[in-house]
Design a protein around this ligand. Sequence first.
Ligand code: PLP
Length: 416
Amino acid sequence: MGKKIIDKWLDLYSNRVHLMRTSATRDLMSTAERADVISFAGGMPAPESLDKEAFREAVARVLEKRAEKAFQYGPTEGFYETRELACQLMKRAGLKAHPNEVIVTAGAQQALDLIAKIFLDEGSEIIVEAPSYVGALNAFRVFQPRVISIEIEASGLKIDEFVRILEEKSIPPKFVYLIPNFQNPAGTTTSLEKRKSIAELSKEYKFVIIEDNPYGELSFYGKQIEPVSLFTDNAIYLGSLSKIISPGLRIGWIYASPPILQKINLAKQGADLCSSSLSQLVAIEYLSIIDFDEHIRKIRKIYSEKCKAMIKALEEFFPEEASWTQPEGGFFIWATIDAEIDTDDMLSLALEKKVAYVPGSSFYYENGGSKSMRLSFSNPSPEEIYEGIEKLAAVIKEQIALSKSIFGFYDKKGDR
Ligand SMILES: Cc1ncc(COP(=O)(O)O)c(C=O)c1O
């Protein structure tokens, strides 16, 4: 047993500290990382997607040819060549950006934190999808915004609801945070029609759109729908190498208009001065070594096969009370159980059976998601997926049977 740690500095912390949440995903990492647990919890890339030989070669080249630059401070906005690289990747998504319109960040996560810092005061209104990426919700939370959550459906945000909220407000929300492609956690994709509508609404009501797109390249069918940022300059676009190359590099970027970038630059100076020079140069070398098109084809196939394996196992093992989303790319399936169960409570039982998921409530700013769970298929092998879903299904069925016996008992009692 670990020793209980008494925090004698409790009176000294800022109020902000008490608003900080650790995400269930992060907490689970240590349990989920145990070799005997099949984890559908973390959004980690497939180990087989990393080309270790190419990384070895990239690091060797940097050490041999560019060590002086690699081990120095770099510019806050990132090296020009990293920003050029970001522009090349955005071009594949249909965006024509100039390197001067880009700032390199320590992953898209830092971008979210910096954006929150420059836009949010206590009580600032923002709109998020429900459910949404827990790392963004937590980054926003410490600035005490008023968060309006709008449910999503298979084609993305419920637009009627969005319009109704915009019409009600005398002051529009500061921003709406969207993950249009293969959403984390729901696996859904925003339709082209909705992307255009949201862009139009941003012009009519004057709010900013945060378009977070780390999964766009990971379409199982090879098609990327045009980003929202193509239809309006009110958008701030976030990209990342984490899901397509490696999260260990911690390289992401922000593409936005110059005044916004200036503010982001100031905020980043206070956060870390600059992103790692070494990482940036290794990423550039790595991308010059691999055949990027071939790499993307390979990883799309990996994730598409894993997704298929998960859906097949869900169909085979999950009870009839369960339903789930049908992602067309990315890492995640969102499953919902229409019965008296609570996925937060059920997690410890699943862990006992050596299988992990993230409870749905983690992805809601306030309440929601208690009958849902995020199942990530990106990291385990297809065989592990099959085995893990079978185990998880047994836990769910047990819970449903238990709840039926309890609630059934009350029903009968009520009848008498
Ligand atoms: C939607 C979304 N945004 C941002 C991030 C953070 O990614 P990065 O590794 O680039 O910081 C993640 C990671 O899971 C994510 O799913």
